[in-house]
Design a protein around this ligand. Structure first.
Ligand code: C5J
Length: 218
């Protein structure tokens, strides 16, 4: 049992995937999309070391790992005009930025940061939306592997992490969110998002820390 809120989480490693949401250069590095929106990207950096440690532990045990990347086709045919419209005060999605075209697949800024680079054997889901289940094959892939639990990490807590946890919850997955492995540009939204997940008896899932997960894995 992993110590968690609102109650202990019964971890079954063989049935649990570690999901790493959108740890992309565009969100985490200076000069990327996140910064072009006026955000302080250093707010997200604290997640890198604990996610990396969890990733190494998960890999050493041979367990399922899924990485996601938010982004769009180069022709932008999967980009709703409404998302484009609200995608930036300056350059928006698809426009040229310091790391190539913003949130476009194959561009430098779209890549996962080097510290968390996926192994060739690991699943990478390219998602056009905030949630990792919408318009992707994630649910099918998890079902085919007998996965019913997710440890959800990455950025940002109140946007793509939260949307993914909600989508997973509605599809019957138990989601455990280690609070040091998720991050936001906005501390108050980070706190509110975590509070929502564990409220009402765990309406969307469980919240823990990576230390509590390690103490069970060890
Ligand atoms: C955002 C994300 N915040 N990965 N994307 O636009 O949370």
């Amino acid at each position: 049992m992993v110590t968690a809120e609102p109650k202990p989480f019964r971890l079954v490693p063989a049935e649990c995937a570690l999901v790493v949401i959108d740890m992309q250069r565009d969100f985490l590095e200076r000069g990327g999309f996140g910064e072009s929106l006026g955000n302080d990207v250093s707010q997200l950096r604290s997640t890198v070391a604990p996610i990396r440690a969890l990733l190494h532990a998960w890999r050493a045990l041979g367990l399922a790992v899924v990485h996601t990347r938010e982004g769009h086709r180069p022709d932008l045919t999967d980009l709703p005009p409404s998302k484009k419209e609200r995608s930036g005060r300056g350059p928006g999605i698809g426009d040229a930025g310091p790391m190539g075209r913003i949130l476009v697949r194959g561009e430098p800024g779209h890549a996962i940061i080097a510290e968390l680079a996926p192994l060739p054997s690991e699943t990478v889901i390219d998602k056009p939306g905030k949630g990792a289940f919408w318009a992707t094959e994630l649910h099918t892939m998890l079902q085919n592997r007998g996965i019913g639990q997710l440890i959800v990490t990455g950025v940002t807590t109140e946007v793509c992490v939260h949307t993914t946890v909600r989508e997973a919850n509605d599809r019957g997955y138990d989601c455990l969110v280690p609070e040091d492995c998720v991050g936001s540009y906005f501390p108050e939204l980070h706190a509110a998002a975590l509070a929502m997940i564990k409220s009402q008896g765990g309406i969307f899932g469980w919240v823990t820390s990576s230390a509590h997960i390690f103490s069970v894995l060890n």
